[in-house]
Design a binder for this molecule. Structure first.
Ligand code: PLP
Length: 406
């Protein structure tokens, strides 16, 4: 008889966003006259920039001609895109990342999950709490997380780093030895950021302890403050301890188009292996690259017009974040994030638990949010709202929330 990966059976019930969607759908079905406004899942709503469309249309035409047709592309991504990333996302910031340290992929979600393939099963993994659930679940699937306790909402072998109002939602450096550290800044879900000064001790810790930092920079485009690093490689020493994930999903509206990339520096060695070599080996074996058409679209955002267009879209979402932040603050809630980030994180009123406040907002304001407790035990008593919605709908949602809380 075929056996299964028993680790899958240990996973708790449902993925957070499925439960959010289930409750919203049940409410909508029972109350068809109500108009729900969704500020729950962090999904782009603005259309793709026109330069991206044009580049993709042209690429489609190329695929239809004998002379320009493309079959399998390089697993790591086409040179035109890797060169553009190296130049614009790194060299332009004074950071040297070579094109062959960049691996183009179909998403930061897949990369964050798949990166575990190149690490042993006995590593101690540190995660923020609350956290983007993919880091935790993929380690659990691999068997690195131990057993799940429903009561604690935690896995026995993971090292949890609480991120709460008291520490400004930035975790404390572990006081013991951990091997793999997931950091995500600007953070999903709290919207917190880390300064260069705060990030440096993490790089030092990782180099001193032989740990690897998995740095998720999916929301880098939302950074406005000068002291916040756009890439971990702005920090001295990061190339010998960090892997970075980036995505076009929130930068350029690629959530449905799918393109991202991961940087694995060639200097990064652990346990007798070169991580750039291992990741390349993994990708060549299990991945056949991102469609040429999509990579052409992604490369177009690095043009002058592309930069202008994506900045307009980011500004649109940033304005939504401002509206949510100020509206919730006026409603008397303690509000965090939403400045260098598309996520606003707020404390529930009167010590309410996250799901109760979620339900109240769903039923009374008809606004869909995400309960903080779904991101980890330290998220209990918080709620996340996203700035990725339509501007008018966002304003209306905030007015509705204000009204019911007054
Ligand atoms: N990393 C974080 C922190 C995210 O919040 C998300 C999406 O919500 C992703 C990665 C996934 O990005 P992608 O769409 O590139 O898979």
């Amino acid at each position: 008889m075929a056996t299964i990966n028993q680790n899958y059976l240990k996973l708790p019930g449902s993925y957070l966003f499925s439960e959010v969607a289930r409750r919203a759908a049940a409410y909508a079905q029972a109350n068809p006259e109500k108009r729900l406004i969704k500020l729950g899942i962090g999904d782009a709503t603005r259309p793709l920039p026109s330069v991206v469309l044009k580049a993709m249309h042209d690429a489609v035409d190329e695929m239809g001609h004998l002379d320009t047709f493309k079959g399998y592309g390089p697993e790591q991504g086409y040179d035109f895109l890797r060169n553009a990333i190296s130049e614009h996302d790194y060299h332009a910031r004074g950071v040297s990342i070579a094109p062959d340290e960049i691996f183009v992929s179909d998403g930061a979600k897949s990369d964050c999950g798949n990166i575990g393939d190149i690490f042993g099963l006995n590593n101690v993994v540190a995660v923020c709490d609350p956290v983007y659930p993919v880091y935790v679940d993929t380690n659990a699937m691999a068997g690195r997380a131990g057993d799940y306790s429903e009561e604690l909402g935690k896995w026995s072998k993971l090292y949890y780093m609480p991120c709460v109002a008291e520490n400004g939602f930035t975790p404390a450096i572990p006081n013991c030895k951990v091997d793999i550290i997931y950091l995500c800044f600007p953070n999903n879900p709290t919207g917190a950021v880390i300064t260069r000064e705060q990030l440096k001790p993490w790089v030092d810790y990782a180099n001193e302890n032989g740990a690897v930092i998995l740095y998720d920079s999916a929301y880098e485009a939302f950074i406005v403050d000068d002291d916040i690093p756009h890439t971990i490689y702005e920090i001295e020493g990061a190339k010998t301890c960090a892997i970075e994930f980036r995505s076009y999903s929130k930068t350029a509206g690629f959530t449905g188009t799918r393109c991202a990339y991961t940087v694995v520096p060639k200097e990064l060695e652990r346990d007798g292996g070169n991580l750039n070599f291992l990741w390349n080996r993994r990708q060549c074996t299990k991945f056949n690259g991102v469609p040429y058409i999509v990579q052409k679209g992604a490369a177009a955002i690095y043009s002058e017009q592309g930069q202008k267009e994506i900045k307009e879209v980011i500004a649109y979402y940033q304005q939504n974040a401002k509206v949510i932040r100020s509206g919730l603050t006026e409603a008397g809630l303690s509000v965090f994030g939403g400045v260098n980030s598309p996520y606003v994180w707020c404390k529930t009123p009167g010590g309410m638990d996250s799901w109760s406040f979620f339900d109240q907002l769903l039923h009374e304001a008809n606004v869909v949010t995400t309960p903080g407790s779904g991101f980890g035990p330290s998220g209990q008593g918080y709620l996340r709202m996203t700035a990725f919605g339509d501007a008018d709908a966002t304003k209306e949602a905030v007015e509705r929330v204000k009204k019911i809380l007054q």
